[in-house]
Unconditional design. Sequence first.
Length: 341
Amino acid sequence: MNAKILILAMLPAMAHAQGFAGLGTAAEGFAVPQPDPTFTFPADHGAHPDYRIEWWYLTANLAAADGTPYGLQWTLFRSALAPQDGTGWDTPQLWMGHAAVTTPTDHHVTERLARGGIGQAGVTADPFAAWIDDWTLQGDWQTMQMTASGPDFGYEMALTAQGPLVFHGEDGYSVKSAAGQASYYYSQPFFDIAGTLRLPDGDVTVTGAAWLDREWSSQPLAENQTGWDWFSLSFDDGNKLMGFRLQQTDGKNYTSATWITPDGSTTAYDDGALFATPLAVNARDVPVTWRVELPARGVDVTVQAINENAWMDTTVPYWEGPVAVTGSHAGRGYLEMTGYD
């Protein structure tokens, strides 16, 4: 079966399985994250085919010389049909890429789908390279290059790390529910980024800051969790906040947060420490203005979408875009929201 047909056939069914996009379905033979992890680099920058789901997820807040804000996304997802690897068309590994550029008035998005094992998509750890078709993210995690293109946009970017990797939860073991579902989760939130956006109105030279997330699991959600609201916020004083709110069918939410200092030191906050309250919605009834509070750090901010229509019209749709931050801490960041129709 053609790779794209196979993935397109699977993903809508996953979206209606247990948890958002099937991520609450029991692991059944796949490896499961365990507490007290030991990470090995560069190997763990690569793929983990014995786990069911994994991603390399980069977002960036950018600005042109005239101050116009832009947002950028580059994501590669790996999803396994079975808990083993293989070669050629026998591999159970499926790949999906998302790329987007958000401006104050427009949102450009495109998607790529591939079957693993035939060279069309994949990740190598040493040297690090992640690709799907002609989209690439590669380098040594200190300096990186990134490209992507769609029908009406493209970009070429260079990244330079200005700080260390950071690990979420308990040393990279990130709990997602009261029942104990978890993932391995670390980030490089200290990238400087510069390059060219290729847009319908012409090329734009931009600079800014990027945040790269790495996460893998086999059942990262509980069966009753229907989506999430994820914030990556960079404040003008150099501190950063990663926080998420997982939505549940009982109307409650499970939360987690990581406070990141300018030198990369982290403090993890368990369920109940972070508060994220929607203040306004767009025409799709998706929240595009939020109040985010982390009282333990004196954070009480308003998070406002730069473009409220940053809808990712992909096989599994969601909202993703750059945000401005005001209140107790000023800054900028990114917001991702899933589980909204």
